[in-house]
Design a protein around this ligand. Structure first.
Ligand SMILES: [Zn+2]
Length: 487
C-alpha cells in the first residue's frame, strides 16, 4: 500500500508547525541504538531473511518466503499440524499458522494477523548505487530494501512475536492465526482471495489486523497514529461509441471521436455528491487540529454541516481530501479511429472510479449515464470488485489501540482513516469481518514515502516500536484480558 503516505503528508507538515511537543518516553525506551535485546535481534534476523528473498510478482518466488517463515514458526514451537503452506501455483504459496488458545472456540473466533509477503518489482539499477533492493542494508538509522515498509516489516514482526510469546510462556485465550500471503500488490493469485475460496476455515476470524495504518512523526516528534478502517473500491468503466464511419472528406454531425470527447469533458467536470461516514467524520474531526488553519476550519465545518458550500470548496480543492469526500472517476486511457482519412468507427475511453464504500458499481454507472445522456456514448462496466463496507470502530479493538498508543507515545490522537487505494482488508470487509489497518510503525511522509519506489526504507527505531506495539496489541486482543500496563 502507499496511499496512506500521500494522505497524511499534508497533515504531518502542518502539524509539525504546532507546538504540541508530545512525550515519546515509553516508545523511546523500547529501542536503544546499538543495543538490541535478544527479541529485537531475532526480529531483525527474520526481517533480513524475508527482505532478501525476492518475492516480486513476476521475477520472484513467494513460496520461498512462505517456506522460510514456516520453518521459523516450527522452530518457535508451533506444531507441524498447525502450519499450512499452499497456493494455486508452485511459486505462489501462502503461509497460514495457528497458535492455539487456552480456551479455543469458547474464547471466540481467532485473531487474524495478516501481512502480504509479495513485493513490487525492484531493479538494482533503479536504486542508489550503495543499495541493492534485495540486500538488507542498515544506514543512518534506517533499514533499506524492497519490502522493508510494504509489507515485510509487519510479516517479520508477527513471526518474531511468536518466539516472544513462547519465551514468555504466554498462552492466548483465543486462537491466533498468522497469514502471510501472495499477490497483494498485483498478479492474479491473490493469497487472501485464494484462501477464502479454498480454505476458508483456516482464516475465519473475529478481527483482522493488517497493513494500511501507521503513525506519523516529523523529525522524531510523534504526531498521531492511524487506523485504516475503510477503503474505496476500484471499478473501471468503458465509455464507448461506435459509428458506421465513412470517407473523411464528407463529415457528418455524428462522429465517434467528437462524441466521446464531449462525454469525457462532461465526466471530467462532474463531481459526485459528498458522502460522510462515521470514519471520515472522525478522520476530519481529529485531523482538523493537525492541519493548517484554513483546512482545519473547513474540516470542522463539513462535519457540522455536510452541505457547507464554502468548506466543501476548500476541501475539494485538495485532491487527497476531495477523494475522501466522494466517489471519484477519472479518464485514464483513450483509443479511437483507424485511419487518417476515415471517419472513426470506434472511440473508447477507460474511466477509473474509486467508489465510496456504500455505493455500488451499478449506481455509479447509472450516474455516469445520466451525466453523458445527450452524447450518445455508452457506459459499460469493464471490471469491478465487490463492495467493501467500512469496518465498525469496535471499542474492544479501538480501546486497546488507543491505550497502547498512549502508553508508548503519550497523548497523541488515534485517527481512523479511509484509504483511497486498496488493501487485502477488502476481502474480509466484504464478508463482514472487521479488519483494522494498524501497525504502530511510524514514518515521516515527507521523507519516507518510498513504498513501491526507489530506496524503500523503514526507520530502525520505528521497526522496534512497531514490534512492541503489535506484541502488546496481540496480547490485548487475544487475551487473557488484563490491563495492558501490567504487561
Ligand atoms: Zn502492502
Amino acid at each position: 500500500m502507499s496511499y496512506l503516505s500521500s494522505l497524511t503528508r499534508g497533515v504531518a507538515l502542518a502539524a509539525a508547525l504546532l507546538p504540541a511537543a508530545l512525550s515519546a518516553q515509553a516508545a523511546s525506551s523500547v529501542y536503544r541504538a546499538g543495543q538490541l535485546n535478544a527479541d529485537q535481534q531475532l526480529a531483525r534476523s527474520i526481517y533480513k531473511e524475508l527482505v532478501e528473498i525476492n518475492t516480486g510478482v513476476t521475477t520472484g518466488n513467494i513460496t520461498t518466503a512462505a517456506v522460510a517463515m514456516a520453518k521459523r514458526l516450527r522452530e518457535a514451537g508451533i506444531p507441524e499440524a498447525d502450519i499450512f503452506v499452499g497456493g494455486p501455483r508452485p511459486e505462489k504459496h501462502n503461509l497460514v499458522a495457528r497458535i492455539r488458545g487456552s480456551r479455543g472456540a469458547a474464547a471466540g473466533k481467532p485473531l487474524l494477523l495478516l501481512a502480504h509477503i509479495d513485493v513490487v518489482e525492484a531493479l538494482k539499477e533503479d536504486w542508489s548505487p550503495e543499495f541493492d533492493p534485495f540486500t538488507f542494508n542498515e544506514k543512518d538509522g534506517y533499514y533499506y530494501g524492497r519490502g522493508t515498509a510494504d509489507d515485510k516489516a509487519m510479516a517479520a514482526i508477527f513471526v518474531a512475536n511468536v518466539y516472544r510469546m513462547k519465551r514468555e510462556g504466554w498462552v492466548p485465550e483465543r486462537d491466533i492465526i498468522i497469514a502471510l500471503t501472495a499477490d497483494e500488490e498485483s498478479g492474479p493469485f491473490n493469497g487472501v482471495d485464494w484462501l477464502l475460496k479454498n480454505h476458508k476455515e483456516k482464516v475465519e476470524a473475529e478481527w483482522v489486523i493488517n497493513e494500511g495504518g501507521g503513525g506519523t512523526h516529523r523529525n522524531g516528534k510523534v504526531l498521531f497514529n492511524t487506523v485504516q478502517a475503510a477503503e474505496k473500491v476500484t471499478t473501471n468503466f468503458t465509455l464507448q461509441v461506435t459509428n458506421a464511419g465513412g470517407h473523411s472528406s464528407v463529415p457528418r454531425d455524428d462522429n465517434a471521436i467528437t462524441q466521446l470527447a464531449d462525454a469525457l469533458a462532461k465526466v471530467g467536470r462532474y463531481q459526485f455528491p459528498v458522502q460522510l461516514s462515521d470514519i471520515t467524520r472522525e478522520f476530519f474531526s481529529k485531523s482538523a487540529a493537525e492541519e493548517e488553519p484554513a483546512l482545519g476550519r473547513a474540516m470542522r465545518a463539513i462535519v457540522a454541516n455536510p452541505r457547507d458550500a464554502s468548506a466543501l470548496r476548500t476541501l475539494s480543492a485538495d485532491p487527497r481530501y476531495n477523494s475522501m469526500l466522494r466517489t471519484t472517476c477519472v479518464a485514464t486511457e483513450l483509443k479511437g479511429g483507424h485511419a487518417t482519412n476515415a471517419l472513426p468507427q470506434l472511440a473508447e475511453a477507460n474511466i477509473n472510479c474509486r467508489i465510496y464504500p456504500t455505493e455500488t458499481a451499478e449506481q455509479v454507472r447509472d450516474s455516469l449515464r445520466r451525466v453523458i445522456a445527450d452524447t450518445g456514448v455508452k457506459v459499460l462496466i469493464r471490471s469491478q470488485r465487490p463492495p467493501s463496507p467500512a469496518t465498525k470502530l469496535l471499542d474492544e479493538v479501538m480501546g486497546p489501540i488507543r491505550q497502547i498508543t498512549k502508553e508508548m507515545w503519550g497523548d497523541i490522537p488515534v485517527i481512523p482513516t479511509m484509504s483511497t487505494g486498496a488493501t487485502d482488508s477488502r476481502f474480509f470487509r466484504a464478508l463482514g469481518v472487521p479488519a483494522y489497518g494498524v501497525s504502530g510503525l511510524f514514518s515521516d511522509p515527507a521523507v519516507d514515502a518510498r513504498a513501491h519506489g526507489r530506496d524503500e526504507r523503514m526507520r530502525v527505531q520505528s521497526f522496534y516500536e512497531g514490534h512492541e506495539f503489535l506484541y502488546r496489541l496481540t496480547r490485548a486482543l487475544a487475551g487473557p484480558r488484563r490491563p495492558v500496563s501490567d504487561q
